[in-house]
Design a protein around this ligand. Structure first.
Ligand code: NAP
Length: 333
């Protein structure tokens, strides 16, 4: 049966915030699968802050998306035709399929999903790459211990909401930072000990008020001013896990470095960056830990699912920078 597939390609590298000119919407025919291949009908596309970095022509942990190429994206879907021994028609799968309606795959880097364990959206969120980022960043990089004070930024987002709940489950005192009263209320309902609204400003003083004895672990998703505020309020021996810096991703000029880095010396603290893909072989451990907590109702997996299909991708991606999401942001095809 002949099918066509809409896809989003990179038309032009953005300066600052991506615009309409950044993208091109195209329609292609979906081929029949070759030997050892299968076709996936994509149902949900993952929107990730890292996508903004993948548009820059700089040396990084993966090559940039090329001009004219389909935008790289994690996605989940169903196998609809297969010549692959390990993937059958009807299988639910996730992988780096790109921003498109149908993908041809040879199975490399593709996981089959057990939808009896969790819905596809959760396999892309709390049990997917963001959840693994939260788990390994908090346990291996932040090394959070019971009784310690954990500060997490973008705490209502995909990674942050899992970090906050994992830290609570570990017996930490957890302070979240999020944008706006609705997210603040949502995080309070999740049981966080304190929540800071970043939109109220004066972050240094807000962190000091919430953590009068200092922060033992700062899980940094945003960089910028909040990183400085955390540095100014460290406890002795603190660990800062550098997960991301979304506040800087659309900056055209390189932001000034952290102004208060000497706090690392004063408080004998450390700051370490990490990449979730370095933990691929330990994903089963992270999935087991998080799914157990979900089963015990001690961790809520939350997703914001946008409608509009592949054509809505350019606006949907900007939603991350505008903070439209609570939990994992996904786009339904
Ligand atoms: N190291 C790794 O391997 C790895 C893997 C995955 C993700 N990450 C990083 O983890 C971070 C979170 O990713 P995610 O997928 O979970 O995204 P997310 O938190 O679900 O969404 C982004 C959130 O960032 C906040 N935000 C946007 N602009 C901001 C600004 N200027 N200042 C402060 N906050 C801002 C918004 O929340 P509020 O409106 O509530 O502030 C928004 O909802 C990102 O930095 C991402 O690059 C790293």
């Amino acid at each position: 049966m002949s099918r066509s597939s809409q896809e989003i390609r990179l038309a032009e590298r953005p300066q600052g915030r991506p615009s309409g000119r950044t993208w091109e919407l195209a329609t292609v025919d979906v081929p029949e699968p070759g030997a050892g291949e299968f076709i996936v009908q994509i149902e949900q596309i993952s929107l990730d802050p890292a996508m903004r970095g993948w548009l820059n022509d700089v040396r990084s942990y993966v090559p940039p998306v090329g001009i004219g190429e389909v935008m790289r994206a994690y996605a989940g879907g169903r196998v609809i035709a297969s010549n692959h021994a390990d993937f059958a028609v009807g299988d639910a799968v996730r992988g780096l399929f790109g921003v498109r309606e149908y993908a041809v795959s040879d199975g490399k880097g593709v996981d089959r999903l057990d939808l009896d364990v969790a819905p596809m959206a959760t396999w892309l969120g709390a049990l997917g790459m963001p959840g693994m980022t939260a788990y390994f960043g908090l346990t291996d990089v932040g090394r959070a211990q019971p009784g310690e004070t954990v500060l997490v930024s973008a705490a209502a987002g995909a990674v942050g909401s899992v970090v906050a709940q994992l830290a609570k489950a570990k017996g930490c005192r957890v302070i979240g930072v999020a944008g706006g009263p609705d997210k603040v209320a949502w995080l309070r309902d999740l049981g966080l000990d304190d929540v800071i609204d970043r939109k109220e400003g004066d972050l240094l003083r807000q962190v000091r008020r919430a953590a009068p004895d200092g922060v033992d672990v700062y899980f940094d998703n945003v960089g910028g001013e909040l990183l400085d505020a955390a540095l100014a309020n460290l406890a002795r021996g603190a660990r800062i896990a550098i997960c991301g810096a979304i506040s800087t991703y659309n900056d055209e000029t390189l932001a000034e470095g952290p102004r208060r880095y000497m706090a690392l010396l004063v408080f004998r603290a450390s700051m370490q960056g990490f990449l979730v893909t370095d933990y691929l072989d330990r994903y089963p451990e992270g999935i087991e830990a998080i799914s157990q907590l979900i089963g015990q109702r001690r961790l809520v997996a939350t997703e914001t699912v946008l409608e509009g299909g592949v054509a809505a991708f350019p606006d949907a991606l900007l939603g991350l920078f505008d903070g439209v999401n609570t939990g994992k942001l996904l786009l339904k095809t």
